[in-house]
Design a protein around this ligand. Structure first.
Ligand code: SF4
Length: 328
């Protein structure tokens, strides 16, 4: 690990100013410290934001929830309001990492964790995300955990978060504070960038811009679940995951909010997949039609070809589960 300066931020505004002049925020550090030990990231200065007043979960005027960026994954997963009204989020959080990591990892940090592509962590290998223009060893290499949607010729990495997948399905928005003390709100679709020809740029956040909170919309009708398919029963990243919120009325689907993990460089949502389900009676044929749309432009790279049939089966299974009561 290379030497670095360390500063404890006294306020969010001060933290953004320090970060804008070249520092890197640290909160739980559960991903950043690994990256620093491997010298994949080598910030000159760390700005510790752990003592900022961003660790509360508050109800919003419209019945939603504002989650401070420093709320830990454990506290968020176990919050009674989240467990009762946004269970897909609680389940996604509890499917991620381990108990020890969830006790340290924060909401903001979880959103900004880096890909687990093996080549990104190995400085001897070509990686456009780590070193722009060096190539992508994963395309022809070991790519079992990597993406089949939203990729580019420059990068096929996946976003590793479970939490972000549930938040995408819920329509959550991220609140940020910029160096000039202005704030903005971004949907998760707006926050994350696809790799294109700049896989080193992962979000639209500007230098020094700090995620201060995530806002959940009010609870919605319907059944919710988070299904994660992985190599081990715990402490493993998703090969495929589906966050689903489905509502039914008179035997027909009236809501189908679906987000996918393990498939793309960002939590994936596809309006066509949801649109084909609305107004229809549930059936395996319908669910397969939704999977056809989801996978219409999917591309495997060898080791990860299995994700195409796995994504189909997982989607069909989740939709079957979420509509089952109404079909009996
Ligand atoms: Fe790097 Fe992306 Fe290629 Fe992995 S997939 S080696 S992160 S450029």
């Amino acid at each position: 690990m290379r030497p670095f300066d360390y500063t404890r931020a006294k306020s969010a505004a001060a933290a953004t100013r320090q970060a804008a002049s070249g520092g890197t925020f640290i909160a739980g550090g559960t991903n950043l410290l690994d990256l620093m030990k491997l010298e994949v990231m080598a910030p000159d200065a760390l700005i510790d934001i752990n003592r900022l007043d961003l660790n509360h979960i508050e109800e919003t005027d419209d019945g939603g929830l504002r989650i401070g960026a420093l709320v830990t994954n454990s506290d968020l997963a176990n919050d009674m309001r989240v467990r009762r009204d946004w269970p897909v989020l609680s389940r996604a959080l509890l499917a991620g990492a381990s108990g020890q990591l969830r006790n340290k990892a924060t909401t903001g940090g979880n959103l900004l964790q880096r890909t687990r592509c093996l080549y990104f962590y190995d400085r001897a290998m070509a990686c456009n995300k780590r070193e722009p223009g060096s190539g992508c060893a994963a395309r022809e290499g070991v790519n079992r955990i990597l993406a089949i949607l939203g990729t580019s010729e420059h990068c096929i990495a996946t976003h590793p978060s479970d939490m972000a997948v549930a938040m995408r399905a819920l329509g959550a928005e991220v609140e940020t504070l910029k160096e000039d003390e202005t704030t903005r709100r971004l949907t998760l679709d707006e926050l994350y960038l696809l790799p294109g020809d700049r896989p080193d740029r992962e979000t639209v956040l500007e230098a020094g811009e700090l995620i201060t909170a995530v806002v959940l919309p009010p609870p919605v009708d319907g059944r919710q679940t988070y299904r994660k398919v992985r190599d081990r029963a715990s402490y493993a990243f998703a090969l495929v995951s589906v966050a689903g919120i489905v509502a039914m009325e008179d035997g027909r689907i009236t809501k189908a909010d679906l987000a996918f993990g393990g498939l793309a460089p960002k939590p994936w949502r596809d309006a066509q997949v949801e649109g084909v389900l609305i107004g229809e009676a549930p059936s395996e044929a319908l669910f397969n039609k939704a999977a056809d749309l989801l996978l219409a432009e999917a591309q495997g790279f060898g080791d990860n070809d299995f994700k195409l049939p796995l994504a189909r089966r997982t989607l069909v299974s989740v939709l079957t589960e979420l509509t089952q009561e109404a079909r009996i």
